[in-house]
Design a protein around this ligand. Structure first.
Ligand code: G6P
Length: 612
């Protein structure tokens, strides 16, 4: 979702730095981009373009811009189509501004500004912010005063950065709801949506809290709170690994690279909870409560992270006999949930910034729940605001469709289930060690399946790429995996796909099945195999094109007449979700490649969804 960068250069032209920052923010998903620069005369010039950054770069080649102060933006459209006129920065003669979030009272503010003579140039909610500030400037207020007063009038969520005409050494940023970071480095301070954006110019980072605003001038950043009092926010060293390994390392797409990183990510994530002896999984010592003491767990997440939560429910209930409720974050706080008095609420989010998940976390904290984040981005809002966090070691994930973060989340959830079960005394002697061994074997098994990626590509080419609809079926923890398989396919190939609990197909989706509809059946040989084999027969009887994903023994049992059989090594039921995630992701990825759709940045989607 929208990405922001603002840079002041001491002597240098910062336009290339702003473009680099925007490039690093591309992963968030966007549909237009723009840049505003202060020229040597102190005037603001701007270039914007709908579409990808390459289009903006083309415009910049035709009309080069340069200057020592600039702001840039990648926009994911909410209010107003993805046109050049709606792209940020928005500006007046006095100021330019970039915004991430939604200004909820923009219509009322707009009417007031129009009455004062302002003529709006876009359909966005954002433009009111720069016009409010400009109005203050035209009344003789300083940039600081004008911005502070404007901020007090805005309702909704925002991260904002302003650039002022005639002020080559000034940027003002503000945050409520949407993230904004300050990067500190040898050339001074800069502002950006995340650590990646400020990374190239910074070795330290701090994050604004809600209602903070920051004035960057003379190489320094002065942060104030809503009341205008100067405040300090923790400054941390920027993780140097952020600067490495950001390329595609020879892979065609980030998504492909990230799928192939999963053996390593799974191992690294598991290690964070594994005692040196290798025989026990323990939660971080600084966690201020014992999850195993909870009477009930709520797990709240969005998208792929929600499907990880669903798998977690199967594991935790089965092993630890602890009741688990899972909710999509956008529904959770509006349904007036019943929260257990000694409950623990868990928030799963790759980015740690998803607006609905963050709002659900705040909702639970206000109601006295103990909160645990499972996040991939350290120091993200969910990490900072939770009582404690477990970190997935996935590293930066650029593909909009989540892959390695999903299996890293699963790894932590599996470990959490074992830990709770063990602390509750529910694991027979040797069982904890057996389950840990199974998890330790996962990376090698993932690697084996990855080595057969080309075989899976043939199924994508011959069966999925030409279809309009597809179904994914699973049972037990294979059910959320079927949902995830369908999500991956529809996200990046635009094929209509639905995931179903296999036992439910008779209650509706079987009506869709005919000889043109691929049905991917996730059928590991576990206790539910005979059931899913019957469901497979029901599909076969309607001539559905079955793609069987299971082991050799299962394949032999279901016999002939399949459109394709993807044979997976036999695995213990406990680790099925981790292993079967790989073929499901590869099927979607290769289908996107054959269809020619953009696997990394699918249309209309954002990586980090920072608005409700
Ligand atoms: C977006 C992304 C998904 C992701 C979801 C939740 O929709 O495209 O890949 O699963 O957000 O994001 P989170 O960062 O909270 O895991």
């Amino acid at each position: 979702m929208c990405g922001i960068i603002g840079i002041l250069g001491k002597k240098n032209n910062v336009v290339p730095n702003v473009l680099e920052g925007l490039r690093l923010l591309e992963y968030r998903g966007y549909d237009s981009a723009g840049i505003a620069v202060l020229d040597d005369q102190g005037r603001i010039s701007r270039l914007r373009s709908s579409g990808k950054l390459t289009a903006l770069e083309g415009r910049l080649r035709e009309t080069p811009l340069s200057g020592r102060a600039a702001i840039g933006h990648t926009r994911w459209a909410t209010h107003g189509a993805a046109t050049e006129a709606n792209a940020h920065p928005h500006m007046t003669e006095r100021a330019a501004m970039v915004h991430n979030g939604i200004i909820e009272n923009y219509q009322e503010l707009k009417a007031g500004l129009e009455a004062q003579g302002h003529v709006f140039e876009s359909q966005t909610d954002s433009e009111v912010a720069v016009r409010l500030v400009s109005q203050g400037l035209s009344e003789g207020k300083s940039p600081e005063e004008a911005t502070r007063e404007a901020l007090l009038r805005l309702e909704g969520a925002f991260a904002l950065v302003f650039l002022f005409a005639g002020e080559p050494d000034l940027l003002i940023g503000a945050r409520r709801g949407s993230p904004l970071a300050i990067g500190y480095g040898p050339t001074g301070a800069c502002l950006g949506s995340d650590a990646l954006a400020v990374g190239p110019l910074s070795d330290r980072i701090s994050y604004l809290d809600d209602d903070d605003w920051v004035v960057v001038r003379g190489g320094e950043a002065v942060i104030r709170n809503r009341a205008g009092d100067r405040v300090g926010r923790p400054v941390k060293r920027l993780d140097p690994s952020l600067r490495f390994n950001l390329g595609k390392s020879g892979y065609q797409h980030y998504m492909q690279k990230e799928i192939f990183e999963q053996p390593q990510v799974t191992g690294d994530t598991l290690k964070t909870l594994l005692e040196p002896s290798g025989g026990r999984l323990t939660l971080p010592e600084d966690l201020p409560f014992r999850v195993s003491d909870a009477e009930r767990l709520n797990v709240v997440a969005c998208g792929t992270s929600f499907y990880a939560a669903m798998v977690g429910k199967y594991w935790i209930e089965a092993l630890a006999r602890l009741p688990v409720d899972v909710d999509v974050a956008s529904e959770f706080r509006y349904r007036d949930p019943v929260l257990a008095p000694k409950g623990v609420s868990v928030f799963i989010s790759q980015s740690g910034e998803t607006a609905d998940t963050l709002a659900a976390l705040r909702y639970c904290r206000e109601r006295g729940q103990k909160t645990l984040g499972i996040v991939n981005v350290k120091d993200s809002s969910i990490d900072r605001e939770s009582d404690g966090s477990l970190l997935t070691m996935a590293g930066p994930e650029f593909g909009v469709a989540s892959t390695k973060s999903f299996t890293a989340q699963l790894t932590l959830l599996a470990a959490l289930a074992i830990n709770i079960a063990s602390e509750r005394g529910l694991l027979a002697t040797g069982e904890e060690a057996r389950l840990i061994r199974l998890l330790l074997e996962v990376p090698a098994m993932m690697a084996e399946i990855l080595s057969r990626s080309e075989e899976i590509a043939l199924v994508s080419r011959d069966i999925l790429a030409g279809s309009r609809d597809a179904l994914f079926l699973g049972r037990g923890p294979g059910y959320p995996l079927a949902l995830e398989g369908a999500l991956k396919l529809k996200e990046i190939t635009y094929i209509h796909a639905e995931g179903y609990a296999a036992g439910e197909i008779k209650h509706g989706p079987i009506a869709l099945v005919d000889k043109d509809v691929p049905v991917v059946v996730l059928a590991p040989t576990d206790a539910l195999f005979p059931k899913i084999a019957s469901n497979l027969e029901e599909v076969r009887a309607r001539e559905g094109r079955i793609v069987f994903v299971g082991d050799q023994k299962g394949l032999e049992k279901v016999g002939k007449g399949l459109a394709a059989g993807l044979v997976i090594p036999p695995v213990d039921p406990f680790v099925v979700p981790l292993i079967y995630a790989i073929p499901v992701q590869l099927l979607a990825y290769h289908t996107a490649v054959f269809k020619g759709t953009d696997a990394d940045q699918p249309r209309n989607l954002a990586k980090s969804v920072t608005v409700e």
